[in-house]
Design a binder for this molecule. Structure first.
Ligand code: ZN
Length: 246
């Protein structure tokens, strides 16, 4: 199975369409790690594509807030404005679909998916210490997670002769081929609002036969997306951050 792993689309239709074009012919199944909406100007268009195409999905914190399941008390004022705007903009049907999204983590057999972490959908996995807290719960598994909008991974590798684990490694820039026994936490990056100082959409491809994960970045029409955000009356900061990837 070749999987297209996407996360944190955040209602950015231009970015989603660019990713789908970029990955065309290279996957059999789409997996979405949540935050389909929130921030961007196209919540309905993005919901509709994901509803039609994702074989597996779990909800993100913005999905919860934008459909009214949870008050955005922990959101900053800009994010909260976007939550309220999105709630009104969503069709009844898409709002209902978001309300019914499953809570992560979910076990897909060849991998586990989570929005924040496998213990808490709202937890940020930022550094090796955060990752170390997850490893005991998912030994020998591959976990895809999102939420931080930073592409990269944390790995606990078992040595060839089967002796003990190693400290979590540095994220590899291009990808990784997993060995039997490896524990891996992989963030495909954010499709619609990257925060790793690169503006190009982030996503990942995973081949469950070769056990290879590839990180990808692809350019999209940022200017068109920014124009829509401003025309929608969303905070200009949400448009500006897209060009700098933070
Ligand atoms: Zn997000």
């Amino acid at each position: 199975m070749r999987r297209l792993i996407i996360s944190d689309i955040h209602a950015n239709l231009e970015a989603l369409q660019a990713v789908v074009r970029d990955a065309e012919g290279q996957y059999d199944s789409v997996v979405c790690l949540g935050d389909v909406v929130g921030y961007g100007a196209d919540p309905n268009g993005v919901c509709e594509w994901v509803r039609e195409n994702a074989a597996a999905i779990i909800r993100g914190n913005h999905d919860k807030a934008c459909c009214g399941l949870e008050e955005p008390v922990l959101f900053n004022p800009v994010a909260r404005f976007a939550v309220e705007w999105t709630y009104e903009e969503l069709s009844d049907d898409n709002r209902k679909w978001l309300r019914e999204l499953p809570v992560g983590p979910a076990d897909l057999g060849d991998c586990v998916i989570a929005h924040g972490s496998v213990l808490d959908e709202d937890e940020y996995l930022i550094d090796a210490q955060d990752a170390a807290g997850q490893f005991p719960h998912v030994l020998g598994r591959l976990v895809f997670f999102g939420h931080t909008h930073v592409q990269g991974g944390f790995f606990l590798r078992t040595s060839e002769d089967g002796e003990g684990g190693e400290a979590p490694g540095e994220p590899d820039k291009h990808g990784v081929r997993l060995r039997p026994g490896d524990t891996a936490l992989v963030n495909p990056g954010s499709v619609g609002q990257p925060r790793d100082l690169a503006w190009e959409s982030g996503y990942a491809l995973y081949d469950s036969v070769t056990r290879e994960v590839i990180y990808r970045r692809c350019p999209y029409d940022v200017a068109a997306c920014q124009k829509k955000i401003l025309e929608a009356g969303l905070p200009p900061a949400l448009a500006e951050r897209l060009s700098i990837g933070r």
